[in-house]
Structures are given as structure tokens and as C-alpha cells.
Design a protein around this ligand. Sequence first.
Ligand code: FPP
Length: 228
Amino acid sequence: MENKKIPTHVGIIMDGNGRWATARGKKRSYGHKVGSDNVDRIVSHAFSSGIKSLTLYAFSSENWARPKEEVDELMKLLKTYFKKFIKKVIKNDVRLFVVGGREQLSSDLVKVIEDGERQSENNTAHHLNIAINYGGRQEIVSAVNKLIEKGEEITVDGISKNLYTAPSGEPDLIIRTGGEYRLSNFLLFQGAYSELYFTDVLWPDFDEKELDKALDSFAGRKRRFGKI
Ligand code: FPP
């Protein structure tokens, strides 16, 4: 275990909160609440396992189509999360980035996000990217537009450097909980050569042991990047 190959950057699609709650006769928003508590547990374990950067899919650009009550609850939860965990983030030398479009977010959520990013901007040990109102296709379009505005050539390298997650590099591993086998518009460009790990475990039940299983699976993979 000592010399286990650890991914530098891991992306996680945290799926299954709604089903987890429904199975217990509770409202879906209860599943999101328990899911947000799990974020803390998994972030701590990931960073203490040697992962440098984590990108967590909290709210996709398509999630706005959910019932207003659920969207409002999720937004409230995100605000509470940032307020509560920023102290822990600072203490653990974690730099926080919120990735995705901000125009559709409420001004008070944007303020909490900006405060968190500013307070953590000199931290260097880890990057925690929280994807909110995020879509991989939109991110690629935004990167291309940035290059056009700067009058630069559109190249693979140029797009890579202008993605929201550029400071963290490309994800080595993308994990999806909740039993679906798709990427749902997550890290499409930077995930071109990511190893993928899917599990049926629902996000609120995805504990330290489950993350270790994903890391063990990654450690056994042979990454060839298109070569032989
Ligand atoms: C997918 O479950 C989960 C989401 C759309 C939201 C993810 C949000 C959290 C884990 C909580 C807040 C996040 C942070 C960073 C504090 P689903 O609702 O699609 O579940 P289902 O597939 O069972 O319906």
C-alpha cells in the first residue's frame, strides 16, 4: 500500500442523493443535506490520501430544470456549506475555486463564493474545485471565446489553458456514484484520457472505504494515453 499510485487530480460526480432519501421515505432535499455532509468526509479523506486536487460536480447547468423547491434547497445548502467549511479549508491549506457560470447564481451566493476564493487564494497544498452551474460543453465554448478575445490561435493547448480547472491540470480519475454510466457533461475536454470508475453506491453512502476501492482500482490501471 505504501507505494500505491495515487491520482493527482480526481473528479467526482456525486449522484444518488435523491434515491437515497426516497428509499428512506424522506424528501429528496434531505438526501442533498446528507450528501453535503459526505462532501466534507470525502474531501478530508481524499486530501489525506495524497490527492492534490478534487473537482466535485455539485450542480450542473442542466439541473435548473428540476422543481424550483429542489433547486432552492440546493442553492441554500451550497451557501451554508461554503460558510461552514471555509474555516476548515483555510486551516488545511486548501485553495477553493468555484467553476461554472456565475450569472445565474443569486448575488448572496456569489458573495459567499468570492469571499471563500479570496480568503483561500494563497493556499497551495490542495485545490478544491466545486462545479456549480457547470457544463463541460459550455466550458469549452467559454475557453474558445477567451482565445478569440485575446486574438490567440485556437489550439488544444490554448483551450486547455483557458478551462476553469486549468490550475489543477487534467483529472487522472473520474468517479461516478449512483449506478449510471455516463459523464453528464462533466470535464469533457480535460477528461479525454481520464480513467473512469463507476459504482452503484449512492453518494451519501460513498464513504472512505468506497473511495479507497476507487483508488485501488486506479492504482491497477495501465494508462497508455493512446500509445502502446
Ligand atoms: C445528484 O443526486 C446530486 C446533485 C444534483 C447535487 C449534488 C449536491 C451535493 C452532494 C450537496 C451539495 C454539494 C456541496 C459541494 C456541498 P440526484 O439528486 O441526481 O440523485 P438521484 O439520481 O438519486 O435522483
